[in-house]
Design a protein around this ligand. Sequence first.
Ligand code: HSE
Length: 403
Amino acid sequence: MVQIAVFGYGTVGSGVVEVIETNQKEIARKAGDGIHVKYVLDIRDFQGDPIQERIVHDVEVILADPEIKVICETMGGIEPAYTFTKKALMNGKSVCTSNKELVAAHGAELMRIAGEHQCSYLFEASVGGGIPIIRTMNDALTAEKIDRIEGILNGTTNYILTKMERDGAAFDIILKEAQELGYAERNPAADIEGHDACRKIAILSSILYGHNVDYRQIYTEGITKITPKDFVYAKAIDCKIKLIGLSVITKEGEFAMVSPRLVPADSPIAGVNDVFNGIQLHSNMLDTSLYYGRGAGKLPTASAVVGDVVECVKKIGGSIPAAWDETEKKLTDNGAFRQQYLVRIKGMPDAMQQKAEAAFGGIQIVQIPEAADEFAVLTGEMSEQEYRDAAEKIPEIIGMIRR
Ligand code: HSE
């Protein structure tokens, strides 16, 4: 029997205990040994909960116990998770985490420390919840050269966008509903401003390059400015609006960004709705592939953590290689990234068309009956810098979504 500990008995931590207890036999068969949760670290007590007898408040008790081989870090946030994880790895205990903030900020260092101490630092649950995207990129698609990652990486915002499109409802109303349903993070800014998706695309980009992509260099725009009218324009050009974490290699450079994007209604990722996540990869042999499922929630996320525990148990005394190293990967400035833009403009096409054409070049005019005093133009492919320069000449612009 392999003894493990769980740091943090919140939603995911309690899910880890539940997954291990519910699927005991399957897990033991696949790991080659049974797995038992010996300790749960939490500052709280859980009187009346069967876990209470395993609760400890002092991390040192766990770190000093040679029986503990693997730790599930489900605390979230940088500290004290960072300090506890480092200490655990230095003690030769593998750590499996759902903590995307910590992985994005210190993942490379923690993987190096794990390698130096014959243990592993794994984080399948940090991106896409229960969807096995990390292992797919690290272990399954090793014969592929991936050149495009498009991820719907945040369930809350995908729920909001899906509902706004279906109901024609305003952003604020659906956000409130998402919070009542418990989807949004404690601080909804992390979801709606795109910060959560930014950490996740930074992690996937780091795997893509094998070097550390600092999340702070990724341009990030959330969904707070999207209105019901935007969906009507999108529909008029056969598109859906999704918050996309994009990481792409083109002939102009290597780019990453998080922003609302227009995706063709018939593309696989356009069918990822509600609270679900989806990651669409493009690679040179396999072509397009889509990984879809529950990107959040207690049991799906906990299942990914426990899957990592099983990997660690299979490799006790050894180390699973780091997915990327500490070398900083500098991405190309987004100014050079080429794409189309759907631009909403105040006024009528007869008065504005010439001005828009002079600024953007060839454009397609998009008009919807729901908007009498405005219209939109779909530009041809142009770089972000070219777009910015052109947009400066048109103060009547109401909004823009990339395609
Ligand atoms: N708030 C996140 C989401 C949780 O909505 O996807 C999972 O990381």
